[in-house]
Design a protein around this ligand. Structure first.
Ligand code: C5P
Length: 247
């Protein structure tokens, strides 16, 4: 799979909706302005593979953000099922599932694909961007988020994973540790233009689109700053313009 080089291709809009009809209604408004739509556990649980099919038909690629975390055999099966879905470009698992699980997922995403054929890319989630130092401590994760994320990214790369989901704050260190070809997808992106009330959410480690691109991110995931904007098309275009200026 080759990614388009237009700056809009770096923008992934998170379709965090509870029904396919509301997701479709929203996605249609911005489909020509974005590179991918992200379908997460809320929409997928409500609408299933039909959501992937109908959203993919709008044109942009699909990032299926289901963050699998289970025993290797079960995760491999889930990845195989995803890989057959239309328009799928990115799918992910939790790096904390460990080396064997990451390896099984990487094998599954390549299985059945003819040599050299485009295939979806596999990402690993390092540390959720909603977790701060205290939250990490509570689940037994010592050290800084940056150090943990870098180690997990290196583990994922060794296991054959194509890239990671990580916060902008961790992107630079991951890029240095894992090289140019390793994909970095950053959520927790908050444009400066967004009203302060929209910052009042659960993302503990946020950054602007400019900071994300400068830190080496290949893709930016944006949800609420676009979904909750009074004019979603204008909010989307403003982010694409910011990406263009930063590249
Ligand atoms: O609304 P907001 O811009 O915070 O949306 C971010 C999206 O990225 C959500 O769909 C969230 O589930 C997802 N995400 C994240 N942190 C990760 C992986 C995915 O915030 N580590």
């Amino acid at each position: 799979m080759t990614f388009d080089t237009h700056p809009r291709s770096s923008l992934i809009v998170a379709l965090d909706f509870d029904s396919l009809s509301s997701a479709l209604k929203f996605a249609k408004q911005v489909a020509d302005l974005v590179g991918m739509f992200k379908i997460g556990s809320q929409l997928f649980t409500a609408a299933g593979p039909q959501a992937v099919k109908e959203i993919a038909a709008l044109g942009p690629g699909i990032f299926l953000d289901l963050k699998f975390h289970d025993i290797p055999n079960t995760v491999a099966g889930a990845i195989l099922s995803c890989a057959a879905m239309p328009g799928l470009q990115l799918v992910n698992v939790h790096a904390l599932g460990g080396r064997a699980m990451l390896h099984a997922a990487a094998q599954a995403i390549s299985a059945g694909q003819p040599m050299g054929a485009d295939r979806p890319r596999l990402l690993a989630v390092t540390i959720l961007t909603s977790m701060d130092h205290k939250a990490m401590r509570e689940v037994g994760l010592g050290g800084t988020a940056q150090a943990r994320a870098q180690k997990l990214a290196q583990l994922a790369k060794k296991a054959g994973v194509d890239g990671v989901v990580a916060s902008v704050k961790e992107a630079r260190a991951i890029r240095k540790a894992c090289g140019r070809d390793f994909l970095i997808v950053t959520p927790g992106v908050r444009p400066k233009s967004v009203a302060p009330s929209a910052h009042d959410d659960d993302q503990a480690r946020t950054a602007t689109p400019t900071e994300a691109i400068r830190a080496g991110a290949d893709f930016l995931v944006v949800g609420r700053p676009i979904l909750a904007a009074p004019d979603p098309r204008a909010a989307t275009q403003a982010i694409v313009d910011e990406i263009t200026a930063a590249q």
